[in-house]
Design a protein around this ligand. Structure first.
Ligand code: SF4
Ligand code: SF4
Ligand code: FES
Length: 248
């Protein structure tokens, strides 16, 4: 077995500077760890990479071959050389941003990046059905729901141009516990959460959940269904969560 396969540490270059990293870690994560900037909309270190938005493009040289690749789902390897801002990267990133603006014209985060990277926001025609769309199909919401929360409440539906992220049959997401993790992680803020004294609503998934009131101070602090699921998971009585964090 060679030294390289025995050890997890590898040496690689970013923009001509040499760094050490973990073999297999996300290249985008490594690039950012060393202080370089690369845009992304579908990457978060808490969930597995998916390679959907294609904004994190870089060029990687391995041996004699140099190719354009998304960096979030590219594993760090021994000896690779990474280039962040080549002419090819810039040109392709602009095309990606133009496509994203056409697909999700209401996504402010995409528009801001388009401006920052000099992409044209009016070059491609917007389909009628996309006029009010802000979802870029990044999949972060369902990855956080599946991999972190474990609720499996939402998923992709449809194919090709008609692919969308939604609750089952676009009706009430019965498995949604109302934790809000998807709302928090969505890069284009297109899920929506509303809260009153009695109810929390996760708008995009049509889910309304009654709120639990603290038995001591009377303030609503979390959806009752979410607390019941937590109690089940960590095997405690439902009453374990009858007080808010401040009164516990
Ligand atoms: S709010 Fe609902 S859909 Fe969103 S992550 Fe939590 S359980 Fe999943
Ligand atoms: S709703 Fe938000 S997080 Fe989910 S796929 Fe669309 S843009 Fe991504
Ligand atoms: S961040 Fe890499 S493809 Fe979206």
């Amino acid at each position: 077995m060679s030294e390289e396969t025995k050890t997890k540490k590898v040496t690689f270059q970013i923009e001509g500077n040499t760094y050490e990293g973990e073999r297999g870690e996300s290249l985008l994560g490594a690039i950012r760890k060393h202080g370089y900037e690369v845009p992304s909309l579908c990457y978060h270190e808490a969930v597995s990479p998916y390679g959907a938005c294609r904004l994190c493009l870089v060029e990687v040289k391995k041996g004699r071959r140099q190719k354009l690749t998304t960096s979030c789902n590219y594993p760090v390897q021994e000896g690779i050389e990474v280039f962040l801002d080549t002419e090819k990267v810039q040109r392709n990133r602009k095309i990606v941003l133009e496509l994203l603006v056409a697909k999700a014209p209401k996504a402010e985060a995409v528009r801001r990046l388009a401006e920052q990277y000099g992409a044209k926001t009016d070059r491609l025609e917007v389909e009628e059905e996309d006029k009010d769309n802000a979802c870029i199909l990044c999949g972060l919401c369902n990855r956080v729901c599946d991999e972190v929360v474990g609720a499996h409440a939402i998923s992709f539906a449809g194919r090709g141009l008609h692919k969308r992220m939604e609750s089952p049959y676009d009706e009430v997401a019965e498995d949604c516990i109302g934790c809000g993790a998807c709302v928090w992680i969505c890069p284009t803020d297109c899920i929506g959460i509303k809260e009153t004294d009695t109810t929390r609503s996760i708008v995009r998934w049509h889910r309304d959940l009654p709120m639990q009131k603290c038995s001591a101070c009377g303030q609503p602090f979390a959806p009752t269904f979410q607390l019941m699921q937590f109690a089940k998971k960590i095997k405690v009585e439902k009453t374990h969560f009858d007080k808010c964090p401040d009164c516990r």
